[in-house]
Design a protein around this ligand. Sequence first.
Ligand code: FE2
Ligand code: FE2
Length: 247
Amino acid sequence: MIRQSESIWDGSSTNDATHLQVICDPRNSLSVPHPSTNQFSAKEHSALTPYRRQSVLSWLNENVPGKRLKHILRVEEMAIALARLYCLDVERAAQAGLMHDLAKFFNPKQLLQMAKEERLELDSVDVANPHLLHAEVGAIVAREEFGIQDQHVLDAIRNHTLGRPGMSPLSCVVYLADSLEPGRGDTPELAELRQTSRQDLYRAVWLTSEYTLKFLLATPNLIHPRTILTRNWAMQMAIQTGKAYKQ
Ligand SMILES: [Fe+2]
Ligand SMILES: [Fe+2]
C-alpha cells in the first residue's frame, strides 16, 4: 500500500526549459548523451504518477537491512549528482536510485515466480542465479507497490545490474551509481572510474562493465551474457561520441 506522506520533490526540478538551457550548456558536457532522450516535456511530467519518497523509505526500512539501505541512499545521491551533470531529469534519477534494489532481498523462488508471472524471458544464467532477477523484479515492485508508470524510471531500475545495449543515459547514470557509489570502496581503480563517470558517460559504462567482468572472472560465478553485450555497446558508444565531440 502507498502511504500518504510528504514528498521531497518541491517542483523545482530541472525539467524547466530555462533551467535546462542554463545547466545544459554544451561547454559543461564532456560527453553528450542521446539528445532525444535527455529532455523531459511538460506533458510527460504531468502524466507521471505522484511519487512519495517517504513511503518508499518506510517500505525499504521494513524490507531491507540497514546496511543495504545506506547503499541505496548513496546510489540515490550519486544518481542525482550525475543526472545534474549530464542534464538529465533529476527527479527520475532520484526515483530510480531510491528504488533500484527493492527486490534485493527477495528469495530465489520468489524472484523466479514473479519473473515468470511477468512473462519475462529467462535464460539459463537467470535460472541458475535468480538473484540477478532482483533488478527486473525491482521494477515490478516499483510499479505494483508505488504506482510508478514512467518507463524511463522502470528501465533504469531493470538495467542497474547488467546494463543493456542501447540503454538510456538515465539507465547509464543509475548503473554507474550502483557500481561506483562511495561505499563500494576506495581503491585507485574505483577513484578513476568515479572521475570518468563525471567526464564521459559511455566511457564510464564501458570501463565499469569491464571492472565488473574482471571481478566476475576472478570468481567461480556465471557471467550473464548481457554484461558483455553492455560492455561492447558502451565501448562503441564511447568511441562514436568521442569522435563526434572532437569534430
Ligand atoms: Fe542491485
Ligand atoms: Fe544496488
